[in-house]
Design a protein around this ligand. Sequence first.
Ligand SMILES: NC(=O)c1ccc[n+]([C@@H]2O[C@H](COP(=O)([O-])OP(=O)(O)OC[C@H]3O[C@@H](n4cnc5c(N)ncnc54)[C@H](O)[C@@H]3O)[C@@H](O)[C@H]2O)c1
Length: 350
Amino acid sequence: MDNYLEHYQGRSVLVTGGAGAIGSNLTRRLTELGAQVVILDDLSSSERWNVPSLPGILFVEGDILDEVKLKRVFFERPRMVFHLAAFFANQNSVDHPERDLMVNGMGTLRLLEYSVFTGVERFIYASSGCSIYGSESPIPLREEFMSMYLSTPYQITKMLGELYCNFFHNHYGLKVVKPRFFNSYGPGEIPGQYRNVIPNFIYWAMKGLSLPITGTGEETRDFTYVGDIVDGLLRGGAMEIAIGQEFNIASGKETKIIDLANMINEAVGNKAGIRFTGRRKWDTKPRLLAAIDRAREFIGYEHKTPLEVGLRNTIHWFQKYWKQIQDSARFGPGTSSAVREMIDKGSYGK
Ligand SMILES: NC(=O)c1ccc[n+]([C@@H]2O[C@H](COP(=O)([O-])OP(=O)(O)OC[C@H]3O[C@@H](n4cnc5c(N)ncnc54)[C@H](O)[C@@H]3O)[C@@H](O)[C@H]2O)c1
């Protein structure tokens, strides 16, 4: 198990969504390990400045639905595909359900087809814990359980991607792996209207705004540091035992949103506190906590980064790139209820 990192030396790897929050971290690590990386990303939810400029990376800007771009990146003969590009995420899919289906459904299908046609050796699909288990699953969430009662188009199409992976594995023998991520956070995620709670809280805290909690604050999430997610991906990409499997890649710990907000305000020195706003209708999960036993047993995965350390690293990244982050952070109409309220009150951006 320990030599899985050597697997990437000299390997040609396609990372779709490689400019994104997780993809940019994965790409950097792959390059450090000696892989030749091709990125396909249309920059719809990321920025060019977030793509590592390192030797060994070929960046192709384009849509995973664009056949010309697909031919371009598969011309590089990748041996492995990490398929991370996705229409992100829940609220965005509620606002734009058809685009969500095209990117997460058709886009994933195209990637799988090209992978079979070109003899890709391993296809790693970025699945999502919040999409598979619904709101009624027993806690902690285990891989054996799945729900048919999902609350957003994103959850439906991310599950669809797993189902297509299963089909391509069973029918064509494509070696698929399906890590299910939980609440990723860390350096590389630019805040914005459809982004996750941690980058948005840090952004608002650094602007001296109160942090809006959409609910009671007692809701919990399983926050997973991006470096640990990348390690789970690399393990799943290299180890034989992972083929055909799904794994929770999570921290295995619950954090209340109110505690998270207080931690971030304290770490940033924000005195504006917190405030409560309406819960979003689709946000039906009072708790998210993953069991990580299967990932631990099969691929030796451990979550190593405590939340305090991960938040410190993330805040450090915000401070370093504050100017670019301020220029890039996009909030606007059609946004989550919390942000919409700030815009209505004229407090956003002040
Ligand atoms: N972040 C999380 O908490 C989380 C949790 C579970 C699953 N996931 C999955 O992990 C993957 C990566 O998530 P992330 O947080 O890095 O998201 P992200 O939005 O930061 O990254 C996705 C990238 O895909 C690109 N993209 C979107 N549509 C595209 C298209 N049509 N063609 C080409 N590129 C396109 C975006 O520009 C972006 O760079 C996604 O598949 C997501 O569903 C993420």
